[in-house]
Design a protein around this ligand. Structure first.
Ligand code: B12
Ligand code: SF4
Length: 351
């Protein structure tokens, strides 16, 4: 068995063999983060995401989530796919913009498999130990843990940024009862400087201040998490973004250093990086279920997918194709779909 002080380096090497971009051992102290999270919740900036307020103790104390946890291994996995240029899709009102992270296979599945392999690799080296793997799948402060593991800093757009890789990566963790030495390097310094590109570009002005996001205005929240109707005043600004939003990453100068992912599974499926709004709006529920199998798009149901696309069609250049696609859904059984279609037809001057 390798001595414990050597394990962090070994873990990093095994992680990289498994396709992770980086790994580190996190310090577990998250008290300042707790205060910030509490304020965010008290101000209601989480919107309908009630889960963010539950299990607060577990979220800020890893040993509360998995009793016996002594260490957290934090990992990042690059996801930026080779796909049609994001800006070209955003600029073409007839097409649907799906955020880069969701074009291919659901990352939760891929990441979980990798984390389990790394856990098993560690077990081979040190013998049986208690552990649990996580990726956006349990109450955890993943960005804060990654920052504490020296994987980067939390930027003004509230995402974890890395000087060599920008922010196009997912985070995942292994909570273990092994007493691993936390990373002894100095904390990654903040390199946002005076740049405010992410705050300025946000289409819905969702940042109330640097490092503070009002999720209720964020297009990612609206198109993925929110149930029911979109606020009227934000609908035009949503443009053609139908699942998630990447604007505050696309503009970030550190993302010039991001590497495309080596994961074939993150490649766009079904031409979703170039698809037209009208075409996607025409999918019936069976087609939707077939095409989105194994993808993060399944966070939605068919009705919310149509609701999102209706907004895109309301903002699209006027054409007979757009009008007839909208009219074909005017009597949809879901009230939110009907209301968003009505709005879209009004936007098209055909209410
Ligand atoms: C809730 C959530 C959302 C919400 C809210 C986003 C948010 N900013 O919190 C919504 C739905 C909007 C969202 C959107 C997106 N998300 Co999200 N989301 C999460 C989730 C589940 C929790 C995040 C969280 O804890 N929010 C709580 C608030 C309070 O966090 P915060 O504002 O960043 O504040 C924290 C720190 O910044 C710190 N802090 C802030 N200010 C200060 C000041 C001081 C002095 C101190 C000490 C600390 C401090 O304290 C807080 C607690 O740590 C995580 C997974 C996880 N379990 O961690 C994924 C996660 C953050 N999301 C992720 C992704 C990819 C996205 C999107 C890019 C997806 C997309 N393309 O549409 C967008 C990006 C939007 C954005 N600019 O954030 C990735 C981010 C990877 C990365 N590089 O950082 C994560 C980590 C999922 C994963 N496992 O990979 N998301
Ligand atoms: S994801 Fe889009 S809407 Fe949300 S904060 Fe970033 S730029 Fe604004």
């Amino acid at each position: 068995m390798p001595p414990f002080y050597e394990l962090p380096q070994r873990i990093k090497a095994w992680a990289q063999e498994l396709g992770f971009a980086d790994a580190g051992i996190a310090e577990l102290s998250l008290d300042a983060d707790r205060d910030h999270l509490q304020r965010w919740l008290d101000e209601g900036l989480h919107g309908q995401m009630a889960f963010m307020g539950r299990d607060l103790d577990k979220r800020v104390h890893p040993e509360g989530l998995r009793p016996g946890t002594l260490s957290v291994i934090s990992l990042r996995l690059d996801y930026r796919p080779q796909a049609e240029a994001a800006q070209a899709v955003l600029d073409d009102g007839e097409r649907a913009y799906i955020s880069r992270y969701a074009l291919g296979r659901d990352y939760h599945k891929l990441m979980r498999g990798r984390l389990l392999k790394l856990g098993a690799r560690l077990e081979q080296a040190v013998g049986p130990h208690g552990y649990r793997v996580l990726t956006d799948s349990a109450p955890a402060l993943e960005k804060a843990l990654a920052r504490n593991a020296r994987l980067g800093w939390i930027g003004k757009n509230t995402l974890l940024l890395n000087r060599k890789a920008g922010s196009w990566f997912f985070l995942g963790e292994i909570y273990t009862d092994l007493p691993l030495p936390a990373n002894a390097q100095a904390p990654s310094s903040n390199h946002c400087g005076s740049c405010s590109a992410c705050l300025d570009v946000c289409p819905t002005k969702a940042f109330v201040a640097p490092y503070r996001l009002d999720a209720r205005k964020c297009i990612s929240y609206l198109t993925i998490e929110h149930r029911g109707a979109f606020p009227l005043e934000l609908r035009a600004a949503i443009g053609n973004r139908v699942f998630g939003c990447d604007d505050c990453q696309l503009v970030c100068p550190w993302n010039r250093y991001a590497q495309p992912t080596a994961e074939a599974d993150f490649a766009p499926r079904h031409g979703l990086d170039t698809a037209k709004l009208v075409e996607l709006f025409g999918w019936d529920e069976a087609t939707w279920l077939r095409k989105t199998e194994g993808m993060a798009l399944r966070r939605l149901d068919h009705a919310r997918w149509l609701r999102n696309l209706a907004i895109g069609l309301g903002n699209a250049p006027r054409s007979n194709e757009v009008l007839s696609a909208l009219r074909a859904r005017a009597e949809h059984p879901d009230e939110a779909v009907r209301e968003h279609v009505r709005w879209a037809l009004e936007q098209q001057g055909a209410g």
